[in-house]
Design a protein around this ligand. Structure first.
Ligand code: TNX
Length: 725
């Protein structure tokens, strides 16, 4: 009788789990386990199912599992209908075995990490609804046996809350997202030029003042937010809460206080940390901490001691990246130090600085982690973890120095980079989507198996300079869009890229099973766009997954369902995208959509240009010219075309394109059709103004209506002009 009831329950649950379009009976785990065998038995989670676990250390995991599965706990192993989590010390700490039978799910783990990993695999065997914490019961656990462990001990994600502040609640959300993917390190970038996000009780102004930008803050606002004061920081209590939350989820947080460069926020509060100017007078702007000022080491020790106490990790990231040596070289004290020691290379100062900080950290039981720039001085302890970000080649050099190396070359793992040419995001490190992340291959990058065995792990970075600009309050959604699903590929690499290693096989698991999971996690993830084909007058879509394809006509918001090839002589007018349960791909179109024209044009301005990037380059449709100073109210830029320009749209852009900065925050655009009289046609929005179907334009002028913050220069771009169809 019991068996019969169970069979009915299974049928019922399988039927329920089919409610969303993709859910299959496939066992499709991301990251792919080391060994997995499917079988035809299945366990059914019922309201009466219990979790049994007699390992005290695993208690937080039991509680965590209950939040998702809404089942009870048992103190003794029942006859059937249970999920057990137990310890086998012969397994490695993060290793686990998971066996599904009709009667039970048994997870045996080598330690806390293994038990947590086992539970994550269990979640992926359940309907994706488990991630909503409202899974309907009965729910089927697909039948399989898993023996699994990660290849790399370090599977990390960097969250940059210094550039774009993220509330504590959002940080916790991120910890959940990454934990679902068996990521076990959060590299928390807490300070940078643009903000100081951690409360320091002995120096309260660091966070209270340095945690905010704009308005009366000494730290400039970003992009289009000049007047408004905004930002935030975490109190020490909040930091501890986040650390604890992460710990339950098998995530170790490595804090970063970025030194001696990237210290603009620190210097905004304590300008005395900066070097002197060449004439000996104090500097009042800059981003590099003076390496020879004794008082700096006292101040830094006070700060670092507090941060050390808040994070249980033995590892403490102290930065070391992108130090602008010119500030040290022009400092009389720093240059005297170099001279006295017979050096000319400013890096010697960085080595000395890192060495001093290393000594301070040692007092508090910590080992430094650094960016790759700081790995070649010789003084850094060989226990230090080095984050290789420049390129795979630099990672190799770091490894040759004998350091445990974390791979995060920007060309593969910088998720602030845009995912295709016409999307938002940065570009300097590359332009790539999940497929490229997944393609990272040690052999192709010239690593021997012996070297691979020495790799500590992988890390993806969500640098956030560009995020704020991409939609204000929506910036959190944009971080998700940039991170997922690329992070799924990183998780798979860091786990060991088990399985075939073929993109298609991974992609199948991703869209057939993991899209639903990400939707239920509540993620705003990116769907890989379909391919657009145009042949013999027929415009069609090549689907690569089973998301629905829609399109719209250029200039219209009306969403149309794509039902089959479209006959047209103007393929560029159609913009397609794919959608799956609220998640979207970027819009894609035939290449003619993106063709621009380059009519003859000149540029003049009330502000002088920089010779190397002079205004004459406007005629070459050079991307961005530079001014020799910032702007004041009334400053203008005038574009004059040789012939009136006919076009379907024209856009005028100030600021650098990838990261909207150095732009005119407030101003307007006026155009002239005869070259004499001008009409005000648009206000600048994030430094830009776009006109649709304008009358032929002979000249256009951008006029600033506010002053910029002092000290910076401006970028001004060639107009972007799309021809008439
Ligand atoms: C370089 S990576 C940086 C970061 C930026 C990033 C933007 C590294 C150590 N420094 O400060 O945010 O590029 O892509």
């Amino acid at each position: 009788m019991k068996r019969l009831l169970l069979a009915i329950a299974v049928i019922f649950a399988v039927a329920c789990s089919k409610t969303t379009s993709n859910q299959t009976n496939e066992v499709a785990i991301i990251p792919q386990p080391l060994s997995l065998s499917k079988h035809n038995n299945a366990f059914v989670v019922l309201p009466s199912t219990t979790i049994v676990c007699d390992v005290e250390e695993f208690a937080p995991i039991v509680k965590y599992s209950q939040e998702y599965m809404k089942v009870g706990v048992a103190t003794k192993v029942p006859k059937n209908n249970y999920i057990s989590i137990s310890l086998d010390k012969l397994l490695a700490e993060e290793e686990y075995h998971l066996a599904v039978s009709n009667d039970s799910v048994q997870i045996v783990a080598g330690g806390y990490g293994g038990a947590f990993n086992g539970v994550q695999t269990l979640f992926q065997l359940l309907p994706s609804e488990v991630y909503t914490k409202q899974m309907r019961l009965p729910a089927v656990v697909k039948g399989c046996n898993v023996k699994d462990r990660p290849k790399f001990a370090y599977r990390g994600f960097l969250l940059d809350v210094a550039r774009t502040f993220m509330t504590k609640e959002n940080v916790l959300r991120y910890i959940d997202y990454i934990a679902y993917h068996k990521i076990n390190k959060l590299h928390w970038h807490l300070t940078d030029n643009q903000g100081w996000r951690i409360e320091i009780k002995s120096h309260p102004n660091l966070a209270k003042v340095g945690g905010f930008r704009g308005g009366d803050s000494p730290i400039n606002a970003a992009l289009g937010k000049w007047d408004e004061k905004y930002g935030g920081y975490y109190t020490q209590e909040e930091i501890s809460e986040v650390v604890e939350y992460a710990k339950v989820r098998n995530i170790e947080i490595i804090p970063e206080i970025d030194l001696p460069g990237h210290s603009g926020a620190l210097a905004a509060i304590y300008p005395e940390v900066l070097c002197k100017k060449a004439d000996g007078t104090p500097r009042n702007t800059g981003i590099v901490v003076c390496a020879t000022k004794e008082s700096n080491y006292l101040l830094l020790e006070e700060i670092l001691a507090e941060v050390c106490a808040l994070f249980p990790s033995k590892h403490f990231h102290i930065g070391g990246d992108e130090v602008n040596m010119s500030q040290w070289k022009s400092c009389p004290d720093c240059s005297a130090w170099l001279k006295k020691n017979g050096y000319t290379d400013g890096h010697k100062l960085e080595d000395m600085f890192i060495g001093r900080i290393q000594t301070i950290l040692a007092k508090y039981g910590k080992t430094p982690s650094v960016w790759n720039e700081a790995a070649f001085g010789g003084g850094l302890s060989k226990e230090a973890w080095v984050h290789g970000w420049k390129s795979p080649k630099v990672c190799k050099q770091v490894m040759a120095e004998g350091y445990p190396t974390i791979f995060m070359p920007q060309q593969f793992f910088y998720f602030d980079m845009r995912q295709s040419e016409h999307e938002n995001g940065a570009i300097w490190g590359g332009c790539f989507d999940i497929r490229k992340v997944y393609s990272f291959d040690f052999a192709k990058e010239g690593f021997t198996p012996e070297e691979v065995a020495q790799v500590k792990g992988f890390e993806a970075a969500a640098w956030s300079e560009v995020f704020l600009s991409q939609g204000g309050d929506k910036s959190i959604d944009f971080i998700e869009y940039q991170t997922f699903p690329r992070l799924c590929a990183l998780a798979e690499l860091a786990w060991g890229k088990n399985g075939s290693g073929e993109w298609q096989e991974f992609h199948n698991r991703l869209y057939k099973s993991h899209y639903d999971r990400m939707a239920d996690m509540g993620l705003n993830f990116r769907i890989t766009p379909p391919n657009v084909k145009y042949e013999n007058g027929l415009l069609s879509i090549e689907k690569i997954d089973n998301s629905a394809v829609y399109y719209r006509m250029e200039g219209s918001d009306k969403r149309l369902s794509y039902r089959g090839a479209i006959r047209t002589s103007q393929p560029g007018r159609y913009l397609f995208w794919a959608e799956y349960r609220g998640a979207k791909s970027p819009e894609v179109a035939h290449s003619s959509q993106y063709k621009t024209i380059k009519p003859k044009v000149t540029l003049t301005s009330s502000i002088p240009d920089q010779p190397k990037h002079g205004y004459h380059r406007v005629a070459d449709y050079y991307m961005s010219m530079r001014t020799s100073r910032t702007y004041k109210e009334g400053d203008w830029f005038l574009f004059e075309f040789e012939e009136p320009v006919e076009c379907r749209s024209i856009e005028f852009v100030t600021g650098s394109h990838a990261v909207p900065s150095r732009l005119i925050t407030k101003g307007y655009l006026e155009v002239s059709h005869d070259g004499k009289t001008f009409h005000h046609v648009a206000e600048l929005n994030y430094g830009r103004a776009k006109l649709l179907n304008p009358k032929p334009i002979k000249a256009a002028r951008i006029v600033a209506t506010s002053d910029d913050v002092p000290g910076s220069q401006l970028r001004i771009c060639s107009p972007i002009i799309y021809p008439k169809w």
